[in-house]
Each structure stands twice: as C-alpha cells, then as structure tokens.
Design a binder for this molecule. Structure first.
Ligand code: ADP
Ligand code: MG
Length: 652
C-alpha cells in the first residue's frame, strides 16, 4: 500500500558472552510500510527485544542492513542514532520507565526537551496529549501516585510528544491488569489509525490479534509473517494538530542546559543526605583554606603592626657579629663620635646613642628593679615613643648630665600605684642617684618586643658618668629620612662605620628587614598550611567522584530511558557534570560561610588579632570547587554518557 519505511535485510545480532556467541537474531528480513500495525510475537528468549532494540535504533545489527526511509543506519554515529530516535520513534516499555522525580506532564515532555522545543510549546503538547489519553486531571502527579495503567498512558504521551512516525511498544500490556491492558491497546489502535506505524512486541497471542499483521519469531528467525483480517480500527486520534516548530539553536541549547540543571537538582534533592556527605569534604577543604589564609594574614598584620610601632625605618648599630656574639662586650669601638659623624649624614632624620644598665628604682617604700636606658634627646623620635604626660628629655639635659628621668608605664605603675597622683616632679632613687621624673611614656601595646620590666630613660651622659663609668655605647639608633630607601641608608651607614672602625665589628638591625622577614616567613607558613588544606580539597574531590560513580550506576535505567527518547551523549554528560559541579559549588559556598561564621566568632572573642579574609581566597575557593566538580565529575559523567542505550535500558 504505502512506501516501505522500515526495511531489515538479512539482519543478524550476535552477543559474545562468556564461553561463546549467542545468535539472538539470524537472517531476519522484514519490511514494514508506513502506517502498518504489526505485532511481533514469540516465546521468551526468541529475540523479540533484540529485534525491537534494533528497530528503535537503540542497538545495531552485527550483520545485514537496516534502512529507515531508505537511509542505512549501520553507519550512523551515536548522536545521529539519538537524533533518529528523537525524530522517528516513540518507545513504550513494559515497565513504563517513567522518571520518578518528575510529574506526569514533565515525564511526557522529556523527549521534546531533547528535540529543542520551547518550554511553552512542549508543556502545551504534553498536556494536550495527557488530556486526550484521559489523564488531564493528573498531569501534576508523580509516577508513584499513579496506577500502572495510568503510568503506561503517561509513557504513551511521552512516546507521542515528538510526533514520531513509528511507535515501538515492548510488551506494553505485560504489567497491566486486563482492563488497563485493553485500554492501552485501544489507544494503540487509535494511534495506528492516525497514520502512524505501530509495532508491538508481545508473547500474548490475544494481544497480537489486535494487529493487522503478525510476525512470529523463534530462536532469532522469522517463522511466520501473516496478515490478520479484522475489522477496521476505530476513528483515530491525531496526536498533534500543530506540527512542532523548533526554537532557535541558542534557545534550545539553553533549554537543554536548564533541563540538565533541573535534573541534577532533583537528583540531589532525592538524595539530600548523600549529597551533603559528599559535600562535606569540599566544605571542610574550602573552610580550612579560607580560614588558614585569613589566620595567616591576620596574624601577619598583627606582628607587622607591632614592628611598625618600633618604627619601620630605623637602623640600629650594635657591636659584635650579632646578638649572640659573646665577644661583643670586648668590642669598644662603637663610641659617641660615631654617632656625631653619622648625625651629619643626609639620610639621617634622627639619631641617638644608647647605653644600658640595670638598677633598682626606689620611691618611698617601693623598690623595683628596672632597666636604665641612657639615650640622646632624639631617641624618642627615633623610636616613635609617645608621652602620656610631661616632656621628653631635651638637648640641654643631655649636655648638662641632668638627673632628669622619663619613666615608662610599667615603672609608673610600680612606683606610683595611685593613678590620680602625677609622678611628674617626684624624685626617685635610681640606684644611689636621685632623679626627677619629667615625663611618662604611653603604655606599650602587649606584643612583639614588649615586656613588663620597668624602664627609665636618662640622658646617656648621666648614665655613662654615674652608672657605667665608660664611654662605650650599647648601640646607635638611627631614624632614616623618609625619602631615602632603607637599603641605601643601611649601605651608606655601614660603609661609614666600617671605614671609621677599619673593620666591620658591628651589626645592623634594620626594622624594614625584620618586617620583610616576618612577611615572608608568615607567607611561607601560610602557604604551607594552605597547601595541606588544598590536599583535603583534593580528597573531597575524590569523594565527589566516588559518589558520582555510585550515582551513575544507580541511574543506569534512567540514562537508558533518556537515551531511548533521544538524549544525546552530551545531554547525559552535561546532566551528571552539572550535578558534580553543583555539589562542589554548594559545598564551596557552605565551606565559605563556615569560615566566615567561624571568623565572626573568632573576631568577637578578641584574642589579640583579627582574621583578615582575602577576596582572592574567596573567589579562588569558588573557582577551585567548580574546577574540582568538573575535574572529578568528568569521569563518572563520561561513563554515563558512554553507556549503551540497549544495555542501559535492560538494567532497569
Ligand atoms: P525476548 O525479548 O524474546 O525474550 P531477547 O531478545 O531478550 O528475547 O533475547 C534473545 C536471546 O539473546 C536470548 O537468548 C538472550 O539470552 C540473548 N541476549 C539478549 N541480550 C543479551 C546480551 N546483552 N548479552 C548476551 N545475550 C543476550
Ligand atoms: Mg524481551
């Protein structure tokens, strides 16, 4: 009557299994015209499903030729086969194979998503079909809320939604009671009457009687192919009045992406606990990376602040090789003249010789031991010391060996416990030397280089004459002019002193160097710990990969159904990759919030320094978690996309 649509010539299908090969089909010749309704019957194991899979382009023959509308399909690649399935075939399965997380209407829509129909169009078509199949009131139900017959009607709507030429039904009534089975057969009759080719596979002779043509196979060969005279079928339903108009390429790409994202979210939602546990590795990894970096920069900022208080641009010259030099006390070359010459240098902003000893402080009945620091009048400028009250030592006091003292906050607290009494003008005994208090320095912040030992500052002249009895200096402290780079000043001053001493018998403490050293050591430490944290991220990634592999193997059936209705490999790949990326991104976001939450508590506790979050670390952790999702999710997703549709379906 009409053109031959489906044309099998000498088709064979071998399975090589274990010991030998199984010939599921051998030398099958079948030609089916457009609009025919054909039943394929045979006993279990006769090769019906194998034939059906080949007809539906889910599987390929191992020999012979299969043409659809004249087109040889043996040479097509997986995506071209997917396209054929999308455009020409609608599948109805014995066990419906609906996706449990989707509603009836959404299930019916799935093939249209892969065909690139706009959301409005496909929803309209799916609902119209469900309406015509008597499911109009149940479009929002999930498969679990529907009876078998109703589920099968949803799957029929799904088979029809892309307006296919051929409907393939594998035991469509096999799981249904008589009445529902009868209803499904009536619908298939109508579909056939509307001009579509319907091929039903069954082992039930009664079902086969509904078809106009019955092909019987046994052991993989056709043993009879006969026409079945019967009354003409009832008036048909036209599955679609409006031919599908696909939307633009971009639109449909975006749409497929959205569908893949939605499926990924549904899958995550269906396994919330598992998704969370999967995320845990990422959460901990991201939180620790961000926290470690914040701790690192917070503590670094703290130490740097302490150093800056010492003055960022001071040079200090001490006799000897370094602080540990035991022979330093024998070196007597660092003298006042050195300081005087250096004071002339253009890079010097302020300079002070220092000498130092310890002694007891006595005021009234109170006696404490203290450090006695002999300094020049510029010392306080060099050290950036601020006064709480009174005045600094001035040039006159230094010149005149005055017995004037500036005491620090520790000394003030020790000697003058009553905070209301000003120590200014009081005379304290330092050793046996009475000195008048002229100034009190501000309290030092606790931290780097601080101690609780009281300090009194006296003119260095006074200390040399009254306490030490020699002219040797403990150090020369220099504040370098803002305009001069520290390294240049250090080099020039070192050269000057070396030429004066005819040897380099001193060492320099450069606060700038200290700052840089602290910076680089804390950076190195931070990076080291961060690297360890990154390892935990990698372990988290491996966890993600593991769970994704489980997820893929759990959903092989779903993947098979999607492939049967026309999903491309890339659609499947995208769905699982998106799931992995979402898990990781969500884990990253939770990890970040955890870190920030912890930091807020930490900062509120005020332990002496604040966490400093770097925006780079935050953006970086988001990027890294995404990369982990892609990197570790790719392999499982690829496995999913490479599944063979026929095998995948069989596993449901
Ligand atoms: P039916 O659907 O008629 O019950 P099938 O087409 O499923 O039969 O199977 C036909 C024959 O092919 C059987 O002997 C079966 O064991 C074999 N077969 C089917 N699928 C596979 C497979 N994937 N690997 C090996 N043998 C298979
Ligand atoms: Mg079968």
């Amino acid at each position: 009557m009409a053109e031959i649509l489906i044309d099998l010539r000498n088709v064979g299908r071998r399975y090589s299994s274990g010991e030998g090969t199984v010939h599921a089909l051998r030398g099958v010749d079948i030609g089916i015209a457009r609009g025919e309704m054909v039943a394929i019957i045979g006993q279990s194991g006769s090769g019906k499903s194998t034939l059906m899979n080949i007809l539906g382009c889910l599987d390929r023959p191992t020999s012979g030729s299969y043409r659809i509308a004249g087109r040889e399909m043996g040479s097509l690649d997986p995506d071209e086969l997917a396209a054929l399935r999308r455009e020409h075939f609608g599948f109805i399965f014995q066990r419906y194979h609906l996706l449990g997380e989707l509603t009836a209407a959404e299930n019916a829509e799935v093939p249209a998503v892969y065909a690139g129909l706009s959301p409005v169009q496909r929803r309209g078509k799916a609902e119209a079909l469900l309406q015509r199949l008597g499911m109009g009131s149940r479009t929002g139900h999930r498969p679990g809320q529907l009876s078998g017959g109703q589920q099968q009607r949803v799957s029929i709507a799904r088979a029809l939604v892309n307006d296919p030429d051929v409907i393939l039904a594998d035991e469509p009534t096999g799981a249904l009671d008589r009445a529902s089975g009868e209803e499904v057969l009536r619908i298939l009759d109508e579909i056939s009457a509307s001009g579509r080719t319907v091929i039903i596979v069954t082992h039930d002779a009664g079902v086969a009687q509904r078809a106009r043509r019955i092909i019987e196979i046994q052991d993989g060969s056709v043993i009879s192919d006969r026409l079945n005279p019967r009354p003409s079928p009832p008036p048909g339903i036209a599955a679609d009045d409006h031919p599908a108009s696909s939307s633009s390429w971009w639109r449909s790409q975006l749409d497929r992406f959205r569908e893949a994202t939605r499926m990924a979210l549904l899958a995550m939602n269906a396994h919330r606990m598992r998704a969370f546990l999967t995320m845990l590795g990422i959460i901990i990894g991201v939180a620790s990376v961000v926290l470690v970096l914040a701790l690192g920069s917070g503590s670094q900022a703290r130490v740097l602040k302490d150093i800056n208080r010492l003055g960022t641009n001071t040079l200090e010259f001490f006799p000897g090789k370094d602080f540990g030099d035991t022979k330093a006390s024998k070196i007597r070359t660092l003298v006042l003249a050195d300081a005087k010459v250096m004071a002339q240098q253009p890079y010097v902003d302020a300079i002070s010789p220092t000498v130092s000893t310890t002694s007891t402080l006595r005021f009234g009945a109170i006696e404490v031991s203290a450090q006695v620091s002999g300094v020049g009048e510029q010392y306080f400028r060099v050290k950036n010391t601020e006064l709480a009250e009174g005045s600094y030592l001035d040039a006159d006091t230094v010149r005149s060996y005055a017995q004037d003292a500036v005491i620090d906050d520790n000394a003030r607290k020790a000697l003058f416990p009553d905070a209301d009494v000003s120590p200014l003008g009081s005379v304290v005994l330092i050793g046996k030397v009475p000195c008048r208090v002229v100034g009190v320095t501000k309290q030092q912040q606790a931290g780097f280089g601080s101690s609780s030992t009281p300090i009194v500052y006296l003119p260095y002249t006074t200390v040399q004459a009254r306490f030490i009895g020699n002219q040797v200096l403990r150090s020369i402290s220099v504040r370098v002019d803002e305009a001069t780079p520290m390294a240049d000043a250090e080099r020039a001053a070192t050269a000057l002193l070396t030429s004066r001493h005819n040897a380099k018998d001193f060492f320099v403490l450069n606060t700038d160097d200290i700052r840089k050293t602290v910076e680089s050591t804390t950076q190195v430490l931070t990076l080291l710990v961060a690297a360890i944290a990154v390892i935990s991220l990698l372990v988290g990634g491996i966890g993600v990969m593991n769970i994704m592999l489980v997820s893929v193997s759990e959903r092989v059936g779903e993947i098979g159904v999607r492939m049967a209705v026309g999903a491309r490999r890339s659609d499947i790949l995208m769905q699982f990759l998106i799931e992995a990326v979402l898990v990781c991104l969500l884990g990253g976001a939770l990890g970040l919030s955890l870190a920030v939450g912890f930091g807020t508590v930490f900062n509120a506790l005020d332990v002496g320094f604040q966490l400093i979050y770097s925006p780079l670390a935050m953006v970086g952790s988001a990027i890294i978690s995404m990369a982990i999702g892609i990197g570790f999710g790719y392999m499982p997703a690829r496995n999913a996309s490479r599944l063979d549709p026929a095998t995948a379906l069989a596993r449901e």
